[in-house]
Design a binder for this molecule. Structure first.
Ligand SMILES: *Cc1c(COP(=O)(O)O)cnc(C)c1O
Length: 406
């Protein structure tokens, strides 16, 4: 095994090398026509991405963070209101809530899926809130603030338990906004209509990021909102463009948060490959399961029967995470940690007043998770190499004890 094959955590070079000529010609067309803002590329991409997500509308914006912030504003979340989300997400989820003037309240995640726990959500709504029937609103008892929305995060490419979450949202008159920034093409099975639905069509609106490392990535920055609500789509079109629907007639105060036309062109091209890339990721995941499934002490991702993950990340859980990460690093295998510090314990969120122990599942995961190499071009040989390294590390331990099992 020495002098062995190196395995990067992520390979962003190869897919762009393969598409280089087409990407360059997109760029040349933009230069030749000076089409840098709006126009055909953006409109066509919006149509195509809406259709990919099985949503009526798509509005391209500057980033996933813009998408979340604009969606909260457009969905009518008002300053001082509460938005419920999870602590084990990228910080942008909470930045957007705060920057829209709202207050994040966290609920813990499910031990198996790492996504929002419907039980924890139900508990906070039942025990820490009351329903004010004259106002038709759910009020958070400790702060007196109305609860307005829930943001489930489809973490690592797998959709949250939308059936249960939507049921609770309906009961408590809350809006559901999907953070789908990691889940382009992820699906869940709706018990309401007995059909599979894609991320981006499951809530009131959904936010996507096209940061280069996402399943669909720009060659720079980008994001989008999908929704079936024409009012929300219209409002976001204004918010991203200084509050104007007609040039220089500003209905509201907005932002500079547009998707640029060159990125839209790149995204159109790459969108044609997304289905196949996601399928390759799913095949890699099932290969990892075959290679690592019988190894004691390691918990592999759990995909419930009602979800189809697009494996933005392949995250395992082991007790000796640091040891495993160091060992793999010495073996030339790249890994990542998504994320090492849950948001309620981040310095930037100190004012929210949470303490260690508040979300035990999320905290345990933060200490034990490790993201293994996962990308569409990952080869059989590379995966065998990763699995052998994990196995030989396990041999030096007395088994790498799993924290969770499925
Ligand atoms: C990437 C990401 C975002 C933010 O997207 P940007 O395009 O980087 O602004 C938000 N939420 C989650 C869960 C993400 O993974």
């Amino acid at each position: 095994m020495s002098g062995a094959l190196k395995v990067p955590f992520l390979d962003l070079v190869t897919p762009h090398a393969e598409l280089k000529h087409e990407l360059v010609s997109v760029f040349e067309t933009a230069l030749d026509t000076a089409a840098f803002n709006g126009g055909k590329a953006v409109e066509e991409f919006e149509k195509e991405f809406a259709s990919f997500c099985q949503a009526e509308y798509c509005v391209g914006v500057g980033s996933g963070t813009d998408a979340l912030r604009f969606t909260l504003l457009a969905a009518g979340i008002r300053p001082g209101e509460i938005v419920i989300t999870v602590p084990n997400t990228f910080i942008a989820t909470v930045e957007a809530i705060h920057q829209a003037g709202a207050f994040p309240v966290f609920v813990d995640v499910d031990e198996r899926t790492s996504n929002m726990s419907p039980e924890a959500l139900a508990a906070i709504l039942e025990n820490n809130c009351h329903f004010d029937s004259s106002a038709g609103r759910t009020i958070h008892r400790a702060t007196g603030r109305p609860v307005a929305a829930i943001i489930p995060v489809h973490l690592y490419g797998q959709m949250a338990d939308m059936n249960a979450i939507q049921d609770l949202a309906d009961r408590y008159h809350l809006v559901v906004i999907e953070d789908a920034c990691q889940a382009h093409g992820g699906e869940y099975f709706s018990t309401r209509d007995g059909q599979w639905h894609r991320a981006g069509s499951a809530g009131k609106a959904a936010a996507f990021s096209f940061y280069p490392g996402k399943n669909l990535g720009a060659c720079g920055e980008g994001g989008a909102v999908t929704t079936n609500d024409p009012g929300i789509a219209r409002k976001i079109r204004m918010l991203r463009d200084h509050g104007q629907a007609q040039k220089y007639y500003h209905e509201i105060e907005g932002y500079n948060g547009r998707l640029d036309a060159i990125q839209a062109g790149f995204l159109r091209l790459k969108l044609q490959h997304l289905e196949a890339w996601n399928e390759q990721r799913r095949q890699c995941a099932s290969r990892y399961r075959k290679l690592l499934g019988s190894l004691p002490g390691i918990a592999l991702p759990c995909e419930p029967s009602w979800a189809k993950s697009v494996y933005h990340l392949y995250v395992v859980q082991v007790e000796n995470r640091l040891g495993l990460q160091q060992y793999l690093n010495e073996e030339g295998i790249g890994t990542g940690i998504h994320y090492p510090v849950p948001l309620h314990l981040q310095e930037a969120c100190r004012s929210l007043g949470y303490r260690p122990g508040d979300f035990p599942v999320a905290e345990k995961k933060a200490a034990e998770i490790l993201s293994l190499p996962m990308f569409p071009g990952l080869t059989d040989r590379q995966q065998v190499r990763v699995a052998e390294a994990v196995q030989s590390f396990a041999m030096t331990q007395k088994g790498i004890l799993a924290a969770a099992s499925d």
